[in-house]
Design a protein around this ligand. Sequence first.
Ligand SMILES: Nc1nc2c([nH]c(=O)n2[C@H]2C[C@H](O)[C@@H](COP(=O)(O)OP(=O)(O)OP(=O)(O)O)O2)c(=O)[nH]1
Length: 135
Amino acid sequence: MSDSRTVVVAAAIIADGRVLAAQRSEPPALRGGWEFPGGKVDPGETEPEALVRECREELGVEISVGPRLGPDLHSADGRFLVRVYECVLDSGTPQALEHLALRWLEAGDVDSVDWLPANRRAVDLLPDLLSATAS
Ligand SMILES: Nc1nc2c([nH]c(=O)n2[C@H]2C[C@H](O)[C@@H](COP(=O)(O)OP(=O)(O)OP(=O)(O)O)O2)c(=O)[nH]1
């Protein structure tokens, strides 16, 4: 049976051995929680296309989309399948255009923010990934 949940794509943007975390401003139930930038895939759009669009809208940057990071995540309200992708920053400096705050986290810091609970299985993969990409 196909899964009727809406797909949300999320960008684990990695640069200089750090990953970008973003603090949600809305809705009230999620405000203050930390996530990977991203959003819903629009009709007719591929998942990488949606990620590129969302990162332009939310951060004002250009990214390239790499491999998936971890399994499908399930949003707390059960409405969304969240797919995290490893991404690279091509140009621009991320700005919090829609988020409350942004933070670059190193391998030893990934748990210094209060991640959305749904993100746990992706966040747990970050220390090894960041250690491997640090120069
Ligand atoms: N962007 C993002 N959403 C996540 C993550 N983890 C997680 O559970 N979610 C959930 C929160 C929301 O319920 C849903 C994504 O909604 P969203 O508000 O970011 O999507 P959107 O940008 O398309 O929103 P909108 O235009 O409809 O306002 O997925 C994550 O790491 N990144």
